[in-house]
Design a protein around this ligand. Structure first.
Ligand code: NDP
Ligand code: 8X3
Length: 255
């Protein structure tokens, strides 16, 4: 491998935004560490991208602290000089009101979107700091971290955590050369709604129908832009929504 090949470590590369980022970064010449729970999808990505750039795949559930430790400590030498950590893996589960929510769903969102993200970050920070100038952490937040909506409860709160964690991380990394960005997309057509609705394909298809939602590749383009900016430039937060997604006024409940 050419020494100058930048390496991106991507969580949740098996679908949607993470997969699109893997494809876009590969097209830009980045080497890739691709992780996610579905190994067959990782293998397919390796087959499609591995001829053009170095690709290391490793099945990983980010809620498994010990597994993350093992993956980080056993990275092949050629993939240790990490320039980008893309904390993308995440999910929403359920969209009913809080008082009807399944507590296990809430815990799964916290375990993944918050605890998994901080675990991966903490364990990879030494590698990013060792890389120094030009290294970047991109945390995939969401407009849901800013804008409350019915059924957003723990999901939106977990993305508010991602935003504030990103800012605080940036403070602590001052002087290391490592940049931190909260990349916050709006409605993006991926498997997100299928997962949220527990596999109900009809609801998922309906949700995106008649819209021109963001495509995962649109978000990937923003991630690449952030990662390839001159090293003195840190985009703190980048919110990107489809044109069709607009704010609503406050709802007034009348007696
Ligand atoms: P997808 O469902 O298409 O992709 C989610 C990815 O996360 C999959 O690759 C999945 O891989 C991975 N993942 C989920 N849980 C885990 C876990 N425990 N360990 C490892 N990987 C995991 O959805 P998106 O691409 O849309 O979502 C990507 C990110 O973007 C998420 O953080 C989401 O919250 C965020 N987002 C999405 C928006 C949207 O409208 N789609 C808008 C704003 C933000 P696998 O199942 O193989 O483990
Ligand atoms: C996903 C975006 O608006 O569906 O993070 O919550 S939204």
């Amino acid at each position: 491998m050419h020494e100058a090949t930048p390496i991106a470590f991507i969580t949740g590369a098996t679908s949607g935004i993470g997969r699109a980022c893997a494809q876009r970064f590969a097209a830009a010449g980045w080497g890739l560490v691709l992780t996610g729970r579905r190994e067959t999808r990782l293998k397919a990505l390796q087959r499609s991208l591995g001829d053009t750039v170095p690709v290391h795949i490793v099945p990983l559930d980010i809620t498994d602290h010990r597994a993350v430790e093992k993956v980080v400590s056993t990275l092949p030498e050629a993939f240790t000089n990490i320039r980008l950590l893309l904390n993308n893996a995440g999910l929403a589960l359920g969209k009913g009101p809080a008082q009807e929510a399944n507590l296990e769903d809430w815990h799964a969102m916290i375990d993944t979107n918050i605890k998994g993200l901080v675990t991966v970050t903490r364990l990879l920070l030494p590698r990013l700091i060792a890389h120094g100038e030009g290294a970047t952490v991109i945390n995939i937040g969401s407009i849901a971290g800013h804008t409350p909506y019915p059924g957003g409860h723990v999901y939106g709160a977990s993305k508010a955590f991602v935003e504030q964690f990103s800012y605080n991380l940036r403070c602590d990394l001052s002087g290391t050369g490592v940049r931190v960005t909260d990349l916050a997309p709006g409605m993006t057509e991926s498997e997100f709604t299928l997962v949220r609705m527990k596999g109900d394909q009809e609801i998922a298809t309906d949700y995106y129908s008649g819209t021109r939602s963001l495509q995962p590749s649109d978000v990937a383009e923003q991630a690449l832009h952030i990662a390839e900016l001159p090293s003195q430039v840190n985009i703190t937060r980048l919110e990107v929504t489809p044109l069709c997604q607009q704010w609503s006024p406050f709802t007034i409940v009348r007696n």
